[in-house]
Design a protein around this ligand. Structure first.
Ligand code: HEC
Length: 153
């Protein structure tokens, strides 16, 4: 019961996830993941395609996007601001490391969120951002030239 109420709170105000203990948050996120996609999409104001079949961690990331108001500057599924690039397909452009760097350090007119996000939030956020690509397009990869040299055995 408590988790259902907390779920309702989260739908009204996603930033309330910060008021929960880690165990409560986990229970609620697991419950979120069982909701049907259209309901979930509505609750998280995120296109159905980006919530369907996602893990609790990834859904937590969608909540972070909402609660940190990333959408003021970025659109998803055509909704949201235009000061920054649309985040649809961002996982085809940036690797996990690049996503983390962009979020923590900002740059190019984006504020840095390093002091504004817990490591758990960054982890969830980036897990969600990494899902933002069409199923038929591969995730971004680190260019070969940028990979650390293979170590001699
Ligand atoms: C005040 C506006 C603003 C806010 C709020 C904002 N961003 Fe940005 N973001 C930008 C701008 C502008 C860029 C482009 C930066 C550049 O060109 O170097 C950007 C770039 C990005 C990129 C790289 C996109 C690409 O295709 O290269 C990602 C990922 C990103 N932002 C994620 C986020 C996330 C996640 C949040 C919320 C935690 C957020 N942004 C909040 C303005 C914003």
């Amino acid at each position: 019961m408590r988790s259902l109420l907390a779920l309702a709170d989260l739908i009204v105000d996603p930033s309330r996830i910060n008021d929960l203990t880690p165990d409560e948050a986990r229970a609620i996120l697991a419950q979120l993941a069982t909701l049907q996609a259209p309901l979930l999409a509505k609750a998280l104001a995120t296109p159905v395609a980006y919530v369907q079949g996602r893990s609790p961690l990834e859904l937590q990331g969608a909540i972070v996007v909402q609660s940190k108001q990333c959408r003021n500057c970025h659109s998803l599924g055509g909704e949201g601001g235009a000061r920054g690039p649309a985040l649809d397909g961002v996982a085809t452009r940036l690797t996990r490391d690049q996503l983390i760097r962009q979020v923590l350090q900002g740059g190019g007119n984006m504020p840095a969120y390093g002091k504004n996000l817990t490591p758990a939030e960054v982890n969830a956020l980036v897990a969600f951002l990494q899902t933002l690509r069409p199923a038929n397009q591969p995730p971004a990869r680190t260019p070969v030239a940028m990979r650390p040299p293979a170590r001699a055995e």
